[in-house]
Design a protein around this ligand. Structure first.
Ligand SMILES: Cc1cc2nc3c(=O)[nH]c(=O)nc-3n(C[C@H](O)[C@H](O)[C@H](O)COP(=O)(O)O)c2cc1C
Length: 363
């Protein structure tokens, strides 16, 4: 994507991308969209060959100008994956195998029929459910931290722009003072999602109160807790939203550099985050003079080497500095003396993923 030079150009791009994504999802012009789950759980169950085969079949049947296929982030109910969703009908097929692709094409896409044996079965009453929105697990969900996840292509910055991406960054850079951002996050009551539950706005306030030439924001994506995959889901499904949250944090307390620390056991999350950072850099949403506002922000990525203790924020800082991942005594807290001795806020992935939403909607 070409470089976005000012807020007005961003507005225009957002409007274009929003229209394009909405048209795709709503079936405008009689077109249909197939979404294939590309979360790690489904990838481990062959969702990549399913995606490739669907793309191949669409071409072979000359349907590729009428039906699109997109690999999206995690659908959440991993025990039922791999998922294939057909829009605009909202038909959800579960536990799909590569061998099912031909039937999906012939019976469902070309024939307009529902394939009964690929539907979700409600374990309470044995009822087969056709539409994702009717499945009890999804019925009342309202995605906040997971905004855009399982809807957008996580490798396409334009899809993120079509799903509210960077509206909050534009808002803070053009109409809010840093202290107003901190106040808004304080008022929202957001507490850190990394386990400690410390009020995010208060942490940012501590760092803002320190006068220092260099400050850092660090995103903790170590996710060491066994069986926890929420940070992974966000980084795989909409990495742009997490980077945007990091930038807003940096603007709020005066950091001009951000570090992601993501466990190396998350190769899909790491690859998609790397791609997002590169795309944002190309679009001028990372780097110097962002949106022509004179504000600079750079982002780095470090992969953790798999030590549980490195999820603890001070051990994590040692690890980024290339030292042994051992916790440091606190105080001083990182907000006062963190990375390379500079004021640093460490925030969890899920914490940062909610910042854009809070700024867009208000506290
Ligand atoms: C042993 C240990 C392991 C931790 N592992 C993680 C982790 O994997 N991810 C995380 O975000 N926080 C972890 N924490 C909490 C962090 O030290 C820190 O509180 C958190 O990253 C701050 O972000 P938040 O304010 O957004 O929650 C761990 C803490 C301890 C003591």
């Amino acid at each position: 994507m070409e470089k976005i030079l000012n807020p007005e150009a961003l507005d225009q791009k957002i409007a274009e991308c929003t229209e394009k994504l909405n048209d795709k999802l709503s079936g405008k012009g009689g077109k249909r969209a197939i979404l294939v789950c590309g979360g790690t759980g489904c990838l481990a169950n062959d969702s990549q060959p399913i995606f490739d085969k669907i793309a191949e079949e669409l071409k072979a049947r000359h349907l590729d100008d009428k039906v699109s296929v997109t690999r999206v982030g995690c659908f959440g109910m991993c025990s039922q994956g791999p998922f294939v969703k057909i829009l605009p009908e909202d038909t959800l097929y579960c536990k799909v195998k590569p061998a099912d692709v031909e039937r999906i094409m012939t019976e469902s896409i070309e024939g307009g029929k529902i394939i009964e044996d690929l539907l979700y079965v409600n374990p309470v009453n044995g009822e087969k459910i056709v539409h994702q929105g009717d499945i009890p697990f999804y019925k009342k969900q309202q995605k906040v931290a997971l905004h855009g996840v399982s809807t957008i292509d996580p490798l396409e910055i334009e899809e993120s722009l079509g799903c509210d991406g960077f509206k909050a960054l534009r808002k803070v850079l053009t109409s809010m003072k840093p202290q107003e951002v901190i106040d808004e996050v304080l008022k929202s009551g957001l507490r850190g999602r990394g386990g400690g539950g410390f009020p995010t706005g208060r942490k940012w306030q501590f760092a803002a109160n320190v006068n220092a030439p260099q400050k850092y924001i660090v995103c903790n994506g170590d996710e060491g807790d066994p069986g926890a995959f929420m940070d992974e889901s966000m980084l795989e499904g909409n990495p742009y939203a997490v980077v945007e949250g990091m930038e807003i944090a940096g603007y709020a307390f005066g950091a001009t550099e951000g570090y992601f620390y993501v466990r190396a056991e998350y190769p899909v999350a790491v690859a998609r985050l790397k791609n997002a950072i590169a795309e944002m850099r190309k679009a001028g949403l990372i780097g110097k003079n962002i949106l022509g506002t004179g504000w600079n922000f750079d982002v780095h990525l470090r992969e953790g080497a798999g030590a549980f203790v490195c999820g603890e924020e001070t051990a994590l800082l040692n690890s980024i500095e290339g030292k042994r991942g051992m916790p440091r005594p606190r105080p001083p807290y990182p907000a006062i003396k963190g990375l390379w001795g500079c004021p640093t806020c460490v925030n969890n992935v899920e914490t940062l993923a909610q910042i854009g939403y809070i700024i867009r909607i208000g506290s």
